[in-house]
Design a protein around this ligand. Structure first.
Ligand SMILES: [Zn+2]
Length: 189
């Protein structure tokens, strides 16, 4: 279903994707997928359109951050962007680690924001959690997945079956979110 959002004289196309499994409305902006709205079965399209209008600030910020090129969207990196978003990214990462760690009760030693081109996040052997400053441009569900992923490395320092079971306890749809995050061309370790 093609739809359009008019923001600041720009026309931004978006796709509404009905989902039987989704429980709430969600918007994602991806390199290959563009702007996609996930529509749970018990929510009508008008409500979805209203939701998109409400979130147009976030959509625009996310889109501005990418360069559109031949229909594909690429992540733009710069030192200036890093400095501008670092503190906001740190606040977000801290809040999300605190939120999800009430469930796991692990002991992260330090939370840092990095300016990395190829990684969303990492966990060091000493228990430091690192996140890319670009998390400020991700949808909340992707940040949740990323934070849970790195938190779970405090218990399982690998990508074993046990690791993914641990992630799945808090984020049951982690497989889908992992794929979505890969669209940005940045990896999670
Ligand atoms: Zn990992």
């Amino acid at each position: 279903m093609p739809n359009e959002l008019k923001i600041e004289n720009q026309i931004i196309p978006y796709v509404i994707k009905p989902s039987l499994r989704a429980r709430r409305l969600r918007i994602s902006v991806g390199r290959d997928s563009g702007v996609v709205v996930i529509l749970p079965k018990d929510i009508n399209i008008l409500a979805a359109k209203h939701f998109v209008e409400q979130k147009q600030g976030w959509i625009l910020r996310s889109l501005k951050y990418f360069d559109k090129f031949q229909g594909r969207v690429f992540v733009k990196s710069s030192r200036g962007e890093y400095l501008k978003n670092k503190q906001q990214a740190l606040n977000l990462a801290r809040a999300k680690v605190t939120q999800w760690n009430t469930r796991y009760n692990f002991s992260p030693r330090k939370i840092s924001i990095k300016n990395q081109k190829t990684r969303w996040g990492s966990c060091s052997k000493k228990g430091s959690l690192n996140f890319n400053y670009k998390i400020v441009h991700l949808s909340e569900s992707l940040v949740d997945y990323l934070v849970v992923h790195e938190l779970c490395h405090l218990k399982e320092f690998n990508h074993s079956k046990r690791f993914w079971e641990l992630v799945g306890q808090a984020v049951p749809d982690y497989k889908k979110l992992r794929r979505e995050l890969k669209n940005f061309g940045i990896s999670v370790s």
